[in-house]
Ligand binder design. Structure first.
Ligand code: SAH
Length: 349
């Protein structure tokens, strides 16, 4: 049966007109699916009873199946989902002081094989469908609402979970359009961030979208040589070209592009790397987010000492490059970046 969840407004219009219903019904269904996030067709009370019955007969309404949840001491919730074909993915809910964030996956596994990332180490299965991507946000919001019904903190969505979103462009964008639609999930583009290594042809397409999220680029090294050692994709889309493409990215409301930089002890965290990074980014419309490595058993790198993280940050600041350091969250449940889908699942999933 066809799942209503994940359909675009145009897709729902097609469905209702084929049933002999007026087009405006599609808008009502769309609102139930994405603004109210009702879990059942029968609860769509502004549709006639016969229409609801016909919809139930011919369609499903479902989110992806939750296989497990882990609750961190700091309030972070890691959710593991089992997809119809047995693939496993994860999302993370992160409560913060002034906002709540959901980190979502766009692929089951990842083909990029960055040397420090567990998702890469555990292999690639497939692209996620729009409904599988959207389900993670719907489920996360639902969880948060159940835990604290009166929590009005604004939502942020970061596309920083498993997978490379720009290798799954169409499905990711279908999901993001519904997330950013004021009549859908109503996440303002400023509060949605897509993180990518910089798949250039897809990045060019993203620039032309009428509504775009914030952009975060996974840089991780100041030189092509070092980046190539850490990230095989450097050999296809080189650092200089990625930065040049990012320079002209039209961020929502004139914001800056974020450059993510995972700090690996003695590999890319020395003063000389910080100076080189500063030279590379000085004067550009970007900011750096330093991410001390979330270490885990099979990752062949260590986390730098706090003092070196502070030195690195200071060098960038002195050079006039805006910089922040990411606080690790949910470490007790392995919810940090690059650590998703471990422990519970065999790497072959
Ligand atoms: N493929 C996309 C999005 C997913 S990864 C990308 O590469 O941007 C999200 C971020 O987490 C990336 O910056 C990635 O490099 C980082 N990351 C991966 N493994 C990590 C680890 N072990 N510790 C800290 N950050 C990690």
């Amino acid at each position: 049966m066809k799942n209503l969840f994940g359909l675009s407004l145009a897709g729902i219009e097609e469905l209702v007109t084929a049933m002999g219903e007026p087009k405006f019904r599609a808008g009502q269904i769309y609102s139930w699916l994405y603004a109210k996030r009702t879990p059942e067709i029968v609860a769509m009370t502004n549709l006639s009873a016969p229409l609801r019955a016909a919809l139930v007969e011919q369609n499903d309404l479902r989110w992806i199946e939750v296989a497990d949840r882990q609750f961190s001491e700091d309030g972070t919730i890691k959710s593991l989902y089992r997809l119809d074909d047995g693939a496993a993915i994860e999302s993370v809910y992160i409560p913060e002081t002034r906002r709540q964030t959901i980190c979502i996956s766009t692929q089951a596994g990842c083909p990029l094989k960055c040397a420090f990332c567990l998702t890469g180490i555990s292999g690639y299965k497939r692209n996620l469908k729009p409904w599988e991507i959207l389900s993670q946000v719907a489920d996360g919001m639902d969880q948060a609402k159940k835990a604290s019904p009166r929590d009005e903190r604004p939502w942020n969505v970061v596309v920083m979970g498993m997978g490379e979103p720009l290798l799954n462009y169409e499905n990711t964008m279908s999901a993001l359009r519904i997330l950013m639609d004021p009549k859908g999930f109503a996440i303002t583009p400023k509060k949605l961030t897509l993180s990518t290594v910089g798949i250039l042809p897809a990045l060019e397409k993203l620039k032309l979208e009428p509504v775009r999220p914030n952009l975060a680029i996974s840089l991780h090294a100041p030189t092509s040589k070092l980046r190539g050692e850490l990230m095989p994709i450097e050999h296809k889309y080189a650092l200089k070209d990625v930065i040049e493409a990012a320079d002209s990215y039209p961020s929502p409301r004139g914001g800056r592009v974020t450059y993510e930089y995972v700090l690996l002890k003695d590999v890319n965290d020395r003063d000389e790397h910080a100076h080189a990074l500063a030279r590379l980014l000085r004067g550009r419309n970007g900011k750096v987010n330093l991410i001390p490595l979330n270490a885990a058993e099979p990752i062949p790198f260590d986390t730098p000492r706090q003092a070196q993280v502070a030195r690195f940050e200071g060098i960038l600041l002195d050079a006039g490059v805006p910089v922040s350091v990411r606080k690790p969250r949910g470490q007790d449940v392995l919810a940090a970046c690059g650590q998703l889908r471990m422990k519970k699942m065999s790497p072959a999933c």
